[in-house]
Ligand binder design. Sequence first.
Ligand code: SF4
Length: 63
Amino acid sequence: MRVAVDPLVCEANGVCVGLAPEVFDLSDDDELTILAPDVPAAEADRVRHAVRSCPKAALTLEE
Ligand code: SF4
């Protein structure tokens, strides 16, 4: 499973970081970094939840 962010849509509000901090991180200059674009199996449910919860629909999943 792979996850990606559209940086033009992401508003860096940190919702995904709160739900899956092992996979998403916000830098000091408010840019979202995906720490694990190839999502580990143990993080899959958290990442799916984060993708559904992004208020800007900036995240996409490839199963
Ligand atoms: S939840 Fe969506 S808008 Fe918020 S930081 Fe994550 S990708 Fe960006």
